[in-house]
Design a protein around this ligand. Structure first.
Ligand code: APR
Ligand code: PHB
Length: 397
C-alpha cells in the first residue's frame, strides 16, 4: 500500500473541500484533497448559483475571484411575485449589500485551476473508502487507479457531501441528527434563452411555487414546485414551459419566452443538521453536516462559512499553538447553520403550497407575502438574511 503524509486530509472536492484547501495553502498549511469523481464531472455538475456578498469576499480576497468579478452577475434585489403582481425587495436600499449569480461549478473550476497551478495535491477518481483513529492519529484510506493508498494526517476535513463516508464514520450514538422532509420537490431546468428578468423572481401561485434564475445573459435557470416523487418522464418541454408561464403570469402580461432545455432534473427538498460537527480530529463541513431547502439559496454559502471558521482554527493551531478555535468549530458553525435553517424554512413555507392546503391557507400565504413586501421591517428581515448573515454570528446586522 502506498503511504503519504500531510497536515490536513480533505475528503471531497466540492466547494467546501476546495475552498478549505485553497485558504490553507495561502497560510502555508499543507493538505491533500481526494475526490471520487472525475474532474470533468465536478466541473460540469449543475448545482446552485447564488453567492452571498461574504462568499464573494472570501473568493475574491483569496485571489480566485478574477472570473467571478468579470462574469458574475451582481444583483441588488429580488422580486417576490404573487396575486399576479411583482414586488421588489431592494437589498441595496434596505441593507446596502448585494448577491452575485455565479454557478457553483464555475466556483469549483476556478478553485481547481488555482490548486493545479500552484501544484498542490488534488486527486480525482480517488475514492476515500475508510477512516481510522480520527481521535488520535488520523488515517484516510483511498482507492486510486485500482490501488489502495493511505494518508496519515494531523486532522481530517470531511467535505464529502451528504452521501459521503465521513459522517457515517462518526459514533452514531453520539451524533444528533435533526431532519425534516418536505412533501414536495423542485423540477429544475437550464435553458438556452435570455432570462426574462434581470433579477431573480420567487413566485407564489395557487398551483405551486416557481423560480426564475439565470446563469448568464444567454442562459436561464428555472424551477417549478413538483411532487416529492415526481416522474420527470411526465414532463415534456412544452408542459414545463406552460406550467412556468402559468405560475409566473402577471396581470400586466409578463412574457416568458421558451428555448432549448439543456438539462433537467428533480431536487428533493429536505432540511438536515448533524451535531456536533466535530469528533476528535475529524471535522464535518458543508453538505456533509447540513442540508437546507434551496429556497433561501444558502447551501453553498453555508459551506464557505464553515470553511472560514475551520481555516481560522487551523491557523491558530499551527501558527499560535492554540486549539481553542478548533475546539469551538462546531458551536460557532451551528449557530449560523440554525439561523440559515430558520430562514430557508421560512422562505420555503411562505412560498410553497403544501398538500391538503385549503383556501384559508392560501389567504395566509398571500397575507404574509403582502406583509413582507409592504413592511420595511419585514423586507429588511428578508434582505439581511438573503444577502448573508455576518460570519461571526454575534456580529451586528
Ligand atoms: N471520497 C472522495 N470524494 C467523495 C467521497 C468519497 N468517499 N464521497 C463524496 N465525495 C465527493 C463528491 O463526489 C463531491 O464532489 O465530495 C464532494 C462533496 O461536494 P458537494 O456535494 O458539492 O458538497 P459541499 O462541498 O459541502 O458543497 C455544498 O453543494 O449541493 C451543494 O447545495 C449544496 O451548494 C451546496 C454545496
Ligand atoms: C439557482 O440559480 O440555481 C438558484 C437560485 C435561487 C435559489 C435556488 C437556486 O433559491
Amino acid at each position: 500500500m502506498a503511504k503519504m503524509k500531510t497536515q490536513i486530509g480533505i475528503v471531497g472536492a466540492g466547494p467546501a473541500g476546495l475552498t478549505l484547501a485553497h485558504l490553507l495553502h495561502l497560510e502555508g498549511i499543507e493538505s491533500v484533497v481526494l475526490e471520487r469523481q472525475s474532474r470533468e464531472y465536478v466541473e460540469t455538475r449543475v448545482r446552485a448559483g447564488v453567492l452571498e456578498q461574504g462568499t464573494v469576499d472570501v473568493l475574491c480576497g483569496s485571489g480566485v475571484g478574477e472570473r467571478l468579478k468579470r462574469e458574475g452577475l451582481e444583483h441588488g434585489g429580488v422580486e417576490l411575485r404573487f396575486g399576479g403582481k411583482g414586488h421588489r425587495i431592494d437589498f441595496q436600499e434596505l441593507v446596502g449589500k448585494s448577491i452575485t449569480v455565479y454557478a457553483q461549478q464555475e466556483v469549483v473550476k476556478d478553485l481547481i485551476a488555482a490548486r493545479l497551478a500552484y501544484g498542490a495535491p488534488l486527486y480525482f477518481e480517488a475514492e476515500a473508502t475508510g477512516l481510522k483513529d480520527y481521535d488520535r492519529d488520523p488515517k484516510i484510506y483511498f482507492q486510486l487507479g485500482g490501488e489502495c493508498h493511505e494518508i496519515s494526517c494531523d486532522f481530517i476535513a470531511g467535505c464529502d457531501g451528504f452521501h459521503g463516508i465521513c459522517r457515517p464514520a462518526l459514533p452514531g450514538e453520539q451524533l444528533e441528527i435533526h431532519e425534516r422532509h418536505y412533501p414536495f420537490g423542485w423540477l429544475g431546468i437550464l435553458a438556452r434563452v435570455p432570462p426574462a428578468s434581470h433579477e431573480l423572481i420567487y413566485s407564489y401561485h395557487e398551483r405551486g411555487f416557481a423560480l426564475l434564475s439565470m446563469r448568464s445573459p444567454e442562459v436561464s435557470r428555472l424551477y417549478l414546485q413538483c411532487a416529492a416523487d415526481e416522474d420527470l418522464n411526465h414532463w415534456s418541454d412544452d408542459r414545463i414551459w406552460g406550467e412556468l408561464r402559468t405560475r409566473m403570469a402577471t396581470r400586466d402580461g409578463f412574457v416568458l419566452r421558451d428555448g432549448p432545455i439543456l438539462q433537467k432534473g428533480i431536487t428533493p427538498m429536505r432540511a438536515f443538521v448533524a451535531s456536533p460537527m466535530q469528533f476528535g480530529k475529524l471535522f464535518l463541513l458543508g453538505d456533509a453536516a447540513h442540508i437546507v431547502p434551496p429556497t433561501g439559496a444558502k447551501g453553498l454559502n453555508l459551506a464557505v462559512a464553515d470553511v472560514r471558521v475551520l481555516a481560522q482554527g487551523f491557523v491558530e493551531f499551527y501558527k499560535r499553538a492554540s486549539s481553542r478555535a478548533l475546539a469551538r468549530f462546531s458551536d460557532r458553525c451551528l449557530e449560523r447553520v440554525w439561523k440559515c435553517q430558520r430562514f430557508s424554512g421560512w422562505m420555503t413555507s411562505m412560498l410553497h403550497r403544501f398538500p391538503q392546503e385549503d383556501a384559508f391557507a392560501h389567504h395566509l400565504h398571500l397575507a404574509e407575502l403582502d406583509y413582507v413586501t409592504c413592511s420595511r421591517a419585514a423586507s429588511t428581515t428578508l434582505a439581511e438574511n438573503y444577502v448573508g448573515l455576518p460570519f461571526d454570528s454575534r456580529g451586528r446586522f
